[in-house]
Design a binder for this molecule. Structure first.
Ligand SMILES: Cc1cc2nc3c(=O)[nH]c(=O)nc-3n(C[C@H](O)[C@H](O)[C@H](O)COP(=O)(O)OP(=O)(O)OC[C@H]3O[C@@H](n4cnc5c(N)ncnc54)[C@H](O)[C@@H]3O)c2cc1C
Length: 397
C-alpha cells in the first residue's frame, strides 16, 4: 500500500491551488494529486471563449503550473486516473487500476459535471455537454460539418458559447425557458438590453420555451420544444447548469444535495478531510447562510486556504465577497457579491449603450452586489471592499 501525508482528489484549479499552499507551509510532507483528465490542472474559462472560437490557446498554455513545477516540489501527479473509492473510516482511496493510497489528510476537489436534461434523445450523437478541453475539441470537429447549431440554456455558458460561435458561419439558435439572457443574475433592464444585443448580433432566440427532446436515430436531427416548435439541429450544445461531482462520497456525510458540507476552514466533519472548489458547500461569513461557488477565482482561493489549513501550520477562514468574470459579445463582465437571488432594481452608473457601466444592487440600504461591464480591475476590488463593509455594518445592526 502507498502512504501519503496528503492526497488531493481532482486536478482542477482548486486541486492545483491546494498543492501550492501545501508546499508553501509544508515543504516535506508527501503529496499525491490524482486527476482523471490526461492534463495537468488547467484553466477552464477560455474553453467556452477563444478555444471554442478558434482553437487557441492550446491546452499547454492553459496549464498554470507545468510538470517541472510539480517535480521540483516533490508532488506526485497521477493523470488520467480515476479515484473509484474513497473510504473515510480507513482513510484510503482506491484508484481505477486497483492501487490503494492510504492518506493522513485529503482534499476533495472533484469539481462539477454538466447537468443533463431528462428528455428523449439527450444522449444522441452530436448532443454535447461542455466541461473539459476534449469536449471543446470534439465540438469544434462537429462544427466543421454541421450548419445548424442549437444552444440550450441562457446562463453564462450558453451566452459565452453563442458569442464564440457568432461569425463562424453556422446558423445559430438559442433555446431557453427564461424570458431573457442571464436572467438569473441580472436585473430585468440589463437582461433585456443584453438579450437585444444577442438578437441584433444574429442569434435566433427562442425565449420562454421548454425543451421537449432531441430527435434522431443515432445523431440529433431536430430539437423539439414543449410548445410544439420543431427545428433542425446538426449540433446541440446543452448548457443548463452543472452539478457537484460527489459520486465518490455518495451516501456519506461528505455528500449533500447542495454540495460537500465544510466549515469556515473548508474542513468537513470528518477531521482531516477537506473540500474545495465547485463541490464545497461552505458557511458564508459575509452574507450568512451557506454557499457553493462555481467559478474559477473562488476555486483557486479556496484551494489555497484549504491547503494551508491542511498542514496545521496555518489556520485561515475562508471569508470573501465572491467575484467572477465572463466575456460575451466582446464585452468583459465582472460580477461581485451575492447573486443568489435575482436583483430587481439596479442603480446604473455609466451607459449600457456605450458598453461601459456599473450596475449596483442593494438589499434595503445595504449594497450587496454589483455588475461591471468593461471596467477596470481596481474598480472591481473597490466594489468588493464596499460590499464587504456594507455586509459587516448590516451584521452589526
Ligand atoms: C467551459 C467553461 C467555462 C467557464 N468559464 C468560466 C469563467 O469565465 N469564469 C469563471 O469564474 N468560471 C468559469 N467556469 C467555471 C470554472 O472553470 C470552475 O468553477 C472551476 O473549474 C472549478 O474548479 P474545480 O477545481 O473545483 O473543479 P474542476 O475544474 O471541475 O476540476 C475537477 C477535476 O477533478 C476531476 N475528477 C472528478 N472526479 C474525479 C475522480 N473520482 N478521480 C479523479 N479525478 C476526478 C475532474 O475530471 C476534473 O479534472 C467555466 C467552466 C467551464 C466548464
Amino acid at each position: 500500500m502507498i502512504h501519503r501525508d496528503y492526497l488531493i482528489v481532482g486536478g482542477g484549479v482548486a486541486g492545483a491551488s491546494v498543492c501550492d499552499a501545501l508546499r508553501q507551509y509544508d515543504p516535506k510532507g508527501s503529496v499525491t494529486l490524482v486527476s482523471n483528465e490526461p492534463f495537468l490542472p488547467y484553466q477552464r474559462p477560455p474553453l467556452s471563449k477563444s478555444v471554442l472560437k478558434d482553437g487557441t490557446p492550446d491546452v499547454d498554455k492553459l496549464i498554470e503550473k507545468n510538470a517541472e513545477w510539480y517535480q521540483k516540489r516533490g508532488i506526485e501527479t497521477r493523470l488520467g486516473t480515476l479515484v473509484r473509492e474513497f473510504n473515510i473510516d480507513r482513510r484510503l482511496a482506491v484508484l481505477e487500476c486497483g492501487q490503494t493510497i492510504e492518506f493522513r489528510k485529503a482534499c476533495l476537489a472533484t469539481g462539477s459535471r454538466p447537468r443533463r436534461p431528462q428528455v428523449a434523445g439527450f444522449n444522441l450523437g452530436n448532443v454535447v455537454y461542455l466541461r473539459n478541453y476534449r469536449d471543446i475539441l470534439a465540438t469544434r470537429e462537429i462544427l466543421e460539418s454541421e450548419k445548424y447549431v442549437v444552444i440550450v440554456g441562457s446562463g453564462f455558458l450558453g451566452a459565452e458559447v453563442a458569442s464564440s460561435l457568432l461569425g463562424t458561419g453556422v446558423k445559430l439558435s438559442l433555446l431557453t425557458r427564461d424570458r431573457a439572457m442571464l436572467q438569473e443574475f441580472l436585473d430585468p433592464g440589463t437582461a433585456d438590453w443584453l438579450t437585444e444585443k444577442f438578437r441584433g448580433a444574429g442569434v435566433q432566440l427562442l425565449l420562454n420555451e421548454n425543451l421537449n427532446g432531441f430527435e434522431g436515430k443515432t445523431v440529433v436531427k431536430n430539437v423539439q420544444t414543449k410548445s410544439g416548435l420543431r427545428f433542425p439541429a446538426g449540433l446541440a450544445i446543452v448548457a443548463i447548469g452543472a452539478e457537484p461531482n460527489l459520486q465518490l462520497v455518495q451516501h456519506t456525510p461528505l455528500s449533500s444535495p447542495g454540495g460537500c458540507p465544510v466549515n469556515e476552514f473548508l474542513e468537513s466533519d470528518e477531521k482531516g478531510i477537506y473540500a474545495v472548489g465547485d463541490i464545497a458547500l461552505y458557511p458564508d461569513r459575509v452574507f450568512g447562510g451557506v454557499r457553493r461557488s462555481t467559478n474559477h477565482e473562488m476555486a483557486k482561493l479556496q484551494g489555497f486556504v484549504a491547503g494551508g489549513n491542511m498542514t496545521g501550520r496555518k489556520r485561515q477562514k475562508f471569508e470573501i465577497v465572491p467575484t467572477w468574470s465572463s466575456a460575451v459579445l466582446g464585452m468583459h463582465f465582472d460580477f461581485v457579491g451575492d447573486f443568489s437571488i435575482p436583483h430587481l432594481l439596479a442603480e446604473v452608473e455609466g451607459s449600457r449603450d456605450k458598453q461601459n457601466f456599473i450596475a449596483r444592487y442593494r438589499r434595503g440600504d445595504a449594497l450587496i452586489a454589483a455588475l461591471l461591464c468593461n471596467r477596470k480591475p481596481e474598480e472591481v476590488r473597490k466594489l468588493q471592499e464596499d460590499i464587504r463593509l456594507s455586509a459587516l455594518s448590516r451584521q452589526k445592526k
